[in-house]
Write a new protein. Structure first.
Ligand SMILES: *[C@@H]1O[C@H](CO)[C@@H](O)[C@H](O)[C@H]1NC(C)=O
Ligand SMILES: *[C@@H]1O[C@H](CO)[C@@H](O)[C@H](O)[C@H]1NC(C)=O
Ligand SMILES: *[C@@H]1O[C@H](CO)[C@@H](O)[C@H](O)[C@H]1NC(C)=O
Ligand SMILES: *[C@@H]1O[C@H](CO)[C@@H](O)[C@H](O)[C@H]1NC(C)=O
Ligand SMILES: *[C@@H]1O[C@H](CO)[C@@H](O)[C@H](O)[C@H]1NC(C)=O
Ligand SMILES: *[C@@H]1O[C@H](CO)[C@@H](O)[C@H](O)[C@H]1NC(C)=O
Ligand SMILES: *[C@@H]1O[C@H](CO)[C@@H](O)[C@H](O)[C@H]1NC(C)=O
Ligand SMILES: *[C@@H]1O[C@H](CO)[C@@H](O)[C@H](O)[C@H]1NC(C)=O
Ligand SMILES: *[C@@H]1O[C@H](CO)[C@@H](O)[C@H](O)[C@H]1NC(C)=O
Length: 364
């Protein structure tokens, strides 16, 4: 648009004026050009633009021209656009007012003033500014780990908005890319989360939109815990797996596929998100042994072995070594909990810990 030469730009209005006999045909273009003053006005989309023009003499012939044609010739309005009016606060003013300016109003405007002796034109370049606005952004996506992902963010505005992408990570570390297209090759599970597109230009506040990327991956066992139990008491085994989508859990006894455990055999399986608990309400001899926790989602399956040990002596508590591992499970009943205070208080916990450690080592 701007690439056109100034001579070109003037060609059409001048031709029109000549056709209208507002300009003498012989007038050299050069003398017009040399008197032109170019002014720039910048207006935000939707605002009112006033393009000033003044005459020296009331008898002058005046006209306002657009790139594409005559807007006003004297007091006669040629343009059909209702947003366009003359502004005459004095008899010598011949300004043009454009309401609700839009992007198509952008461009050069010419005020032509012709007296008996000479013609003077003044050109005004109207620049319409538009705040940044994101018009299209990728919708939320779910992909498998290792896939190539392309996110797109399209924004409009004048001047052309700058696009930046960032990954809104939980650790608040932010990565920025300055492209409409964000390509992630071989996406990893750490790269899942929200991505924010930001469109900025100097006109107004940035426009921002977010897209969520979910990365699926197969289960991995993050925690599994063997445990000790006393016959006639409660016991539990715990297994934790990380996976997207969330894993399904199954429990097996002695690693045999046929011994799939369900909640009927005095056992209860409690699944909470990424964690599975196998609860035994009343431990009997056959509950001791090797268990397998199997975590499955649509991308894969994994398992781990846990052991339910028989507590060697009911008078030995492993409470000290167990403390903090599970807050929900507490042993009840006499004989199992030993509380020491007084003189034996210092020696007893050490002795208990040594005994527990010894027991654990024996079974491995
Ligand atoms: C510019 O216009 C003035 C009158 O406003 C005139 O006297 C002058 O000769 C013009 N300049 C040129 C270079 O034509
Ligand atoms: C007016 O704006 C036009 C287009 O943006 C630019 O080419 C020209 O240099 C500007 N002129 C002035 C005097 O700023
Ligand atoms: C100027 O011309 C364009 C076409 O080039 C037109 O769309 C626009 O409405 C015109 N502006 C005014 C203020 O008449
Ligand atoms: C948004 O972009 C996508 C991908 O480029 C395209 O398929 C879709 O038609 C676009 N939507 C709009 C409203 O432009
Ligand atoms: C991802 O892109 C790379 C490089 O363009 C290509 O070599 C690879 O095959 C693509 N992977 C997938 C899963 O499309
Ligand atoms: C556990 O089972 C045994 C044998 O069946 C029974 O005697 C005992 O009362 C049960 N204990 C509890 C707490 O249910
Ligand atoms: C556990 O995994 C191993 C090897 O991955 C497999 O051989 C075994 O059958 C699995 N056990 C169960 C109960 O799924
Ligand atoms: C439990 O079973 C698994 C699978 O058969 C085996 O690898 C593991 O050694 C067993 N653990 C114990 C303590 O026997
Ligand atoms: C500590 O032991 C004494 C008896 O030896 C008992 O009277 C006291 O209540 C015990 N304190 C606690 C906190 O159990």
């Amino acid at each position: 648009m701007v690439g056109r030469s100034q001579a070109d730009r003037n060609q059409l209005p001048l031709l029109l004026l000549r056709l209208l006999c507002l300009l003498p045909t012989g007038l050299p273009v050069r003398s017009v050009d040399s008197n032109r003053s170019t002014d720039n006005i910048t207006v935000r989309q939707g605002d009112t633009a006033i393009l000033r023009c003044f005459v020296e003499d009331k008898s002058s012939k005046v006209a306002w021209l657009n790139r594409s044609g005559i807007i006003f010739a004297g007091q006669d309005k040629w343009s059909l656009d209702p947003r366009v009016e003359l502004e005459k606060r004095s008899s010598l003013e011949y300004s043009l007012r454009i309401q609700k300016v839009d992007t198509y109003d952008d461009g050069p405007y010419t005020c032509s003033v012709q007296t008996q002796h000479h013609t003077k034109t003044s050109q005004v370049y109207l620049t319409v500014q538009v705040p940044p606005k994101i018009s299209n952004i990728s919708s939320d996506v779910t992909v498998n780990e290792g896939s190539n992902v392309t996110l797109v963010c399209i924004a409009n505005g004048r001047p052309e908005p700058m696009i930046t992408w960032r990954h809104l990570t939980p650790t608040a570390r932010e990565f920025e890319w300055g492209e409409e297209y964000l390509e992630i090759q071989g996406i990893t599970r750490e790269q899942s989360g929200k991505y924010e597109c930001k469109a900025t230009n100097e006109i107004a506040a940035a426009d921002m939109k977010q897209v969520r990327v979910t990365v699926n991956y197969p289960p991995i066992i993050t925690e599994s815990k063997s445990n000790e139990a006393t016959t006639g008491k409660q016991a539990y085994l715990r297994c934790e797996a990380s996976a997207v989508p969330s894993p399904d859990f199954e429990w097996y006894k002695d690693d045999t596929r046929t011994h799939r455990i369900n909640s009927a055999q005095g056992l209860e399986i409690k699944n909470i998100g990424s964690r599975s608990m196998l609860m035994v309400a009343n431990v009997t001899e056959e509950h001791y042994g090797n268990y397998t926790c199997v975590a499955t989602n649509k991308l894969g399956v994994t398992n781990t072995s846990l052991y339910l040990y028989k507590r060697v002596s009911p008078t030995i508590s492993i409470r000290a070594s167990e403390r903090g591992s599970n807050a929900h499970f507490k042993q009840k009943g006499p004989g199992t909990v030993i509380v020491d205070n007084g003189t034996n208080g210092l020696a007893a916990p050490l002795w208990l810990m040594a005994a527990s450690l010894f027991c654990l080592l024996c079974k491995c």
